[in-house]
Design a protein around this ligand. Structure first.
Ligand code: 5GP
Length: 196
């Protein structure tokens, strides 16, 4: 069995990436979604072990020190990191692995795995991004303002990615990501199975 693809999806807050990824992986047993560890407090509706592993700063530091993280980054005052072994194990088992991580982490993973696929999810416009962030109602004004500023910075990084997908319509965005995955699997740079 071949190695699975490592697919990274980055998007500023308010782009609807959680919904897009949920829909992408639902009913798709050959995609493994990597659950990150974070020091951020749990939001309403989130589940420990499913949305994230919600851990203390001390535990996060332990994971860094024992080399348990594939990558990690600080984002608006909290730490986020990708547990290493589930990613490596699932890729070796031939599964495609999806990481939903911010731009610094994406760059670090690209340095480790040059053949990973980098997808950037964009909002239809900045006005829409702001509207979606407020609608979520999970953060106070200060957090919303920080995330909007951060989004403007992050969007500049889109040119370092392989693909840009606009999340205007959920179905379309998910279909486009599925098309990217299909095309990547047929890419000659990854080898031509029938003659190798
Ligand atoms: P949120 O707090 O909104 O759930 O996530 C904030 C940002 O951290 C998002 O851009 C999200 O994709 C990113 N993120 C989540 N998990 C990880 C991770 O394991 N590593 C990195 N580098 N970023 C992450």
């Amino acid at each position: 069995m071949g190695k699975g693809l490592l697919i990274i999806v980055s998007a500023p807050a308010g782009c609807g990436k959680d919904t897009v990824i949920e829909k992408l992986i639902s009913g798709c047993s050959d995609i493994y979604y990597s659950v990150s560890a974070t020091t951020r407090p749990m939001r309403k509706g989130e589940l420990d072990g499913k949305s994230y592993y919600f851990i203390s700063h001390g535990r996060f530091k332990e994971m860094i020190d024992s080399n348990d993280l594939l990558e990690y980054a600080e984002y608006v005052g909290n730490y986020y990191g990708t547990p290493k072994s589930p990613v490596l194990e699932n890729m070796s088992a031939g599964k495609d692995v999806v990481l939903k991580i911010e731009v610094e982490g994406a760059k670090n993973v690209k340095n480790l795995f040059s053949d990973c696929v980098l997808i950037f999810l964009l909002p239809p416009s900045f006005q829409e991004l702001e509207r979606r962030l407020r609608l979520r109602g999970t953060e106070d004004e200060f957090a919303i303002a920080s995330r909007i500023l951060k989004a403007r910075e992050e969007i500049k990084e889109v040119y370092g990615y392989d693909y840009a997908v606009v999340n205007d319509d959920l179905e379309t965005a998910v279909d486009e990501i599925k098309s990217i995955i299909k095309a990547e699997k047929l890419s000659v740079k990854r080898g031509v199975k029938s003659i190798e």
